[in-house]
Design a binder for this molecule. Structure first.
Ligand code: HEM
Length: 526
């Protein structure tokens, strides 16, 4: 091809022509502009500077927890009932009312402690966050796979996460930090029992349960409230891994859960979950040996049965990971009419934390991004902020009026959708733990419910990770296990008696590997 002809060809913009962000066709994506073909480069080199400076900014801050995740789109389909009752008896939330009514959803599954590219085989809770794009605006149900949590007061969350994350100096995760925090926070023992059992390593995201964990309220059209807990049950069945199975997978593929979800949806094998609720009357329940607002406790199924209220199907993969999964922002404050908070002290703390971190992580206008925006009319008097790309007042009668109240045609308040729920709150302002902490009883019940192989795994895993911890920490953990269940305590004590090692802050065994390789080298010199 002659030179003139080839230049002519590249100047024609086709459907797949590369452009820069200004829409200019890129005619040379191989060479920066230089004085002579050996340089130096020039500063007016717009295409190059635009390309490299955008690349320099490709990352946004990672989520401070739940950094690694996978997402998918789908829908929620309501049953219209709660057991034998119409669901309207308990909640007026529109998405639940009508049998067969579908609401689009976006789900993000995640691991908690390590960063964006960490293995998906680690012993860790799994996140299960669902955004429902309802006709009344968005509802986020931000849950985990396990139905309880380590702590019951939000003020302890930053300390807990610091203890579970790597040491600030060595940047290595250290079991001793985990058990130091947990043994000194006995309310965590029930969750530790789940996490150190095979329930701490779900086989993948499709065969995993989900739970809202915290206690919420449902409000009906009379303004009456009940306490409610949410649970997702996978129709694919539940599958967890032993430590050995997890290690085998990790050696070959540390993205296995993301890949499993993506591949299943690509081949049309759409995962489904049924949504269940447990309901309690809205009071303190003095007859129970735990507080219904304590998220370290399960609500016994025989007293508070699981009631199916709908199902969820995931049938579409994200088109772009960053745009949808990374920029997705879920929060416990994101509720619709008919759904409400409870006084659960974790839930109240969480509700501040999510939108606060998202204003920092994604930016002040994070709710304008398509993945986070409600799929309905949004009309606020909010203005400006970084990366704002659309006014939200446009649908008011007079777009000049960006304040309220006004008689000049601005936006107006909505009518109250139903009778308001107005609980009476009375009491001394205090900083005190709740009554009925009962830290270990349910851990014992959970231990006894495990199958034999699950108990064996639990003890082996605990012994393995505790054996290099300070004796005082081991003793505290044994005492908690003994308080929970005689056999649990005995097996842990016996297991630790023979295996206690010197504390090695490196769980990856790098020191051992170094030692072995040194010995091997010495042998080979003999
Ligand atoms: C993510 C705070 C407890 C489930 C996050 C994030 C923060 C946070 C700051 C990052 C959000 C983002 O960057 O978008 C807290 C605080 C808690 C708490 C302060 C306790 C006081 C819990 C509990 C659960 C949970 C009990 C389970 C029910 C999740 C999930 C995500 C998350 C699933 C990831 C959401 C996503 O996929 O984007 N949490 N959290 N958190 N948290 Fe919590």
């Amino acid at each position: 091809m002659d030179k003139e002809h080839s230049n002519h060809e590249t100047n024609i913009e086709k459907e797949n022509t590369l452009t820069n962000r200004q829409g200019h066709p890129v005619t040379n994506n191989q060479d920066i502009r230089t004085v002579g073909n050996r340089g130096p480069a020039t500063l007016e080199n717009y295409d190059f500077i635009e390309k490299i400076s955008h690349f320099d900014r490709e990352r946004i801050p990672e989520r401070v927890v739940h950094g690694r995740g996978a997402g998918a789109h789908g829908y929620f389909e309501a049953y219209g009932t709660a057991g034998d009752e119409p669901i309207s008896k308990y909640t007026r939330a529109k998405l639940f009312q009508e049998k067969g009514k579908r609401t689009p959803v976006f789900v993000r599954f995640s691991t908690v402690i390590h960063g964006g590219h960490s293995p998906e085989t680690l012993r860790d809770p799994r996140g299960f966050a669902v955004k429902f794009y309802t006709e009344d605006g968005n509802w986020d149900l931000v849950g985990n796979n396990i139905k309880i949590f380590f702590i019951r007061d939000a003020i302890k969350f930053p300390d807990m996460i610091h203890a579970f994350k790597p040491d600030p100096i060595t940047n290595v995760q250290d079991n001793q930090r985990f058990f130091d925090f947990c043994s000194n926070s006995p309310e965590s023992f029930h969750m530790v029992t789940f996490i150190y059992s095979p329930w701490g390593i779900p086989a993948n995201y499709r065969q995993m349960q989900g739970s809202g964990v915290n206690t919420y309220r449902w409000i009906n059209s009379e303004g009456e409230a009940v306490l409610v807990k949410y649970h997702w049950e996978p129709k694919q069945g539940i599958k967890n891994l032993t430590q050995k199975e997890a290690e085998e997978i990790q050696a070959k593929n540390f993205n296995h859960a993301t890949q499993d979800l993506y591949d299943a949806i690509e081949r049309g094998d759409y995962p489904e979950w049924e949504l269940f609720v447990q309901i309690m009357s809205d009071d303190e329940h003095p007859e129970l040996d735990f507080d219904p607002l304590d998220d370290t406790k399960l609500w016994p199924n025989d007293q508070f049965p699981w009631i199916p209220v709908g199902k969820m199907v995931l049938n579409k993969n994200p088109e772009d990971y960053f745009t949808e999964v990374e920029q997705a922002a879920f929060g416990t404050g994101v509720l619709v009419d008919g759904l409400d908070f409870s006084d659960d002290k974790m839930l109240q703390g969480r509700t501040f934390s999510y939108s606060d971190t998202q204003r920092y992580r994604v930016g002040a206008n994070y709710l304008q991004l398509p993945i986070n925006a409600a799929k309905k009319r949004v009309a606020t008097n909010q203005e400006g902020g970084q990366m704002r790309y659309a006014p939200e007042r446009a649908s008011g009668k007079n777009p000049h009026i960006n304040y309220e109240p006004s008689i000049l045609g601005g936006l107006e308040e909505a009518k109250q959708l139903g009778k308001e729920h107005t609980p009476e709150v009375k009491g001394k302002l205090v900083r005190e733990p709740i009554d009925r902490p009962n830290n270990t009883k349910q851990a014992g019940e959970t231990y006894r419910m495990f199958e034999d192989w699950e108990k064996d795994e639990l003890i082996n895993n605990l012994v393995n990770d505790l054996s290099a911890c300070d004796q005082r920490i081991q003793d505290k953990m044994i005492a908690l296990a003994e308080e929970a269940d005689e056999e649990y305590g005995r097996r842990l004590r016996e297991g630790l008696k023979n295996t206690t090692k010197e504390h090695d802050p490196n769980p990856l065994g790098a020191k051992d590997a170094e030692k072995v390789s040194k010995e091997t080298m010495e042998d080979s010199h003999d």
